[in-house]
Write a protein of this length. Structure first.
Length: 614
């Protein structure tokens, strides 16, 4: 190898060396065309005994299990034993779905795509204690439908059907449907249809199939205030240092078909390759599985499959996984399959009931708080509509926010949907005039949630929102500055410093009557010495305009100075499309990725402000 070439093996090993701080982690990378695979590992299967993690160790794969289940369901559809439009009540007894809102009428397609409108049993506070926390019975094997008992009540969290809401309940129900249709266990169907044909001999459904105890790593979970407050810690568990709980002895039977499988890196790579090469489903079923719809910022949901948009290499297909004691990921694109397995779990380390997560910098000066909740329901949407005076976007996360607070003074910069929408123009001035605008507005006039005729407003939901400032005990105001005097230090932000906290929160999204997308989302990352927040409004109005409005907030932890840079960019849709064609890019795909098209837009506004918090 020439001295100027990069050794990818050495590079990946160096990254693992740098970032794996606790537990063990295995990363596998495979080429589907050549059939070659490389597996890299770092850390410990047993932290106290310093036993290294090994290729043969079996890890919980969490919700990657759902992709296996979706394959079985779609194969049953291919065989005519199920139909995507079938309701739950067609296949299951009434005592299964009794007193669970929206379950009886939920279709197979809605369950597969997390659009059934059914509450998530995993979010129920009583289940958290019994199934993952202080009341957990370690050796207990859960009945297949037992978790449904926790949601036999009026629903608390899920929106109405057809709105995206990720819920383990959906795949618990699909498992029961599989068993009702086939008259065998779901574990048997997964083995017959996927595991045996692909030679996945180290993969099984824990609690319901025999596993190899010799290759079981110890299981750890992050010991955070959120986990302790929401789930609690079983007295059968032990603490490992300040940051980990040893949850060895627990099992994944409660998760069942929502997340109860265990596997190895080699087996997961084989499964990912089979999915990438469409070996398990016919063309029609692949199209169903890949019928992606917006889910969260940068992520779309199909049927048992996510589509993850990335900044540099385009979309990946696959699934994340997280259960007690394990975290996992399996993703593929083109010729590449990647899997990641670790024996450190992160579930409920964020407060799933309130959606709150927070981080305080080491010097105690700054506190960052994020809140992620489902889409607002009808009543609060109507209230928000009346308060703001314009129709509300299709997907509104009105309870979500990101806040940066100076602890000593109480000064705070807050980003929320209500204030962002209040910055949307409520007149026709500057309104984008396109052929569909009048029809779109007329349609919104008859929306039952809107009680008055729609007044003119910017129907693209473009906003110049830069956050809401609360002074607390601080004095002063934002002062105009420049990037020359107060720069957002890209050179420092690009260093490979550990990310101590990361949050991604969406505030609203609208598909503009199927003519594009208007989306406002917030990302924040905290490193040891600094933090960066990015609030981005992205508009793509097909055949009209592409627009990005970014607010960046940069703080050095040791400083009282908050730097805020606002940049507005836009260009005509046709001009951007032509530039992409000249670059031989996939136009339709690239126009969905703001990071890739931002350099092609014209800057129409760029300003920097600073606030000295005292």
């Amino acid at each position: 190898m020439a001295s100027t070439e990069v050794d990818p093996t050495a590079t990946l090993n160096a990254l693992l060396e740098q970032h794996v701080q606790v537990g063990g982690l295995i990363t596998g990378i495979a080429s589907t065309s050549s059939g070659t695979a490389n597996i890299f590992k770092k850390g410990y299967a047993d932290v106290l005994q310093k036993l290294p993690v090994d290729d043969d160790h079996q890890f919980g794969i969490g919700s990657i299990t759902k992709t296996f289940v979706a394959v079985v369901v779609l194969q049953l559809v291919e065989e005519g034993k199920l139909h995507l439009t079938d309701s739950v009540s067609r296949h299951l007894r009434e005592d299964v779905y009794r007193d669970i809102d929206c379950m009886a009428d939920a279709s197979i397609k809605q369950l597969l795509s997390h659009r059934a409108g059914i509450d998530n049993w995993e979010a129920d506070p009583v289940w958290l204690v019994n199934g993952r926390g202080r009341e957990m019975r370690l050796s207990y094997i859960w009945e297949h439908a037992e978790t449904l008992e926790y949601i036999r009540r009026p629903k608390r969290f899920a929106p109405e059907p057809e709105a995206f809401y990720y819920a383990d309940t959906n795949y618990t129900v699909l498992g029961l449907v599989i068993e009702a249709v086939t008259q065998t266990t779901a574990a048997t169907q997964i083995r017959r249809r996927i595991l045996d044909p692909l030679g996945l001999h180290r993969t099984c459904l824990e609690g319901f199939e025999e596993r190899d105890e010799k290759n079981a790593p110890r299981r750890y979970h992050l010991n955070t205030a959120q986990f302790r407050d929401s789930a609690g810690i079983s007295d059968k568990f032990s603490l490992v240092g300040d940051g980990l709980i040893d949850v060895t002895g627990s099992n994944l039977s409660g998760a069942w078909l929502a997340g109860g499988m265990i596997s190895t890196a080699a087996d997961l790579l084989k499964f990912g390759a089979a999915m990438q090469q469409h070996k398990l489903l016919n063309r029609e079923s692949v199209a169903v599985m890949q019928s992606f719809q917006p889910a969260t910022p940068g992520m779309e949901m199909g049927c048992g499959l996510f589509k993850l948009q990335t900044e540099t290499v385009g979309p990946w297909l696959g699934h994340f996984g997280a259960v007690l004691g394990f975290s996992a990921g399996l993703w593929w694109q083109h010729d590449c399959v990647v899997c990641i397995l670790t024996n450190v779990g992160t579930l409920q380390t964020v407060d799933l009931v309130t959606g709150l997560d927070s981080f305080t910098t080491k010097n105690g000066q700054w506190k960052i708080t994020t809140r992620k909740q489902p889409i607002l329901k009808a009543e609060p949407i109507e209230e928000l509509n009346k308060a703001i005076g314009i129709p509300i976007p299709e997907m509104i996360f009105g309870d979500n926010y990101v806040a940066i607070e100076h602890i000593q003074t109480g000064w705070k910069l807050d980003f929320n949907a209500r204030d962002a929408l209040d910055r949307v123009s409520k007149t026709e001035e500057g309104m984008l005039q396109v052929a569909v605008a009048d029809a779109w507005k007329k349609d919104r006039e008859h929306n039952e949630d809107i009680k008055q005729v729609v007044k003119p407003f910017d129907w693209s939901y473009s906003t110049d929102y830069k956050g809401t400032t609360y002074l607390g005990q601080s004095q002063g105001d934002w002062q105009v500055s420049s990037q020359a005097k107060h720069p957002v230090r890209a050179d420092l932000l690009s260093r490979p410093d550990p990310i101590l906290f990361f949050g991604e929160v969406d505030l609203y999204e609208d598909e503009l009557a199927d003519n594009g997308i208007g989306l406002l989302s917030i990302k924040i990352r905290v490193m040891p010495d600094r933090l960066l927040l990015l609030s981005r409004f992205f508009l793509r109005l097909d055949d009209v305009i592409v627009r990005i409005r970014d607010t960046r907030v940069y703080i050095e932890h040791s400083s009282n100075t908050v730097i805020r840079q606002y940049t507005a960019k836009e260009a005509k849709y046709d001009e951007v499309s032509e530039k992409l064609r000249s670059m031989r890019e996939n136009v339709a795909e690239t126009l969905r990725e703001p990071n890739r098209i931002a350099p092609l837009l014209n800057t129409v506004e760029d300003c920097t402000e600073v606030f000295g918090v005292h």
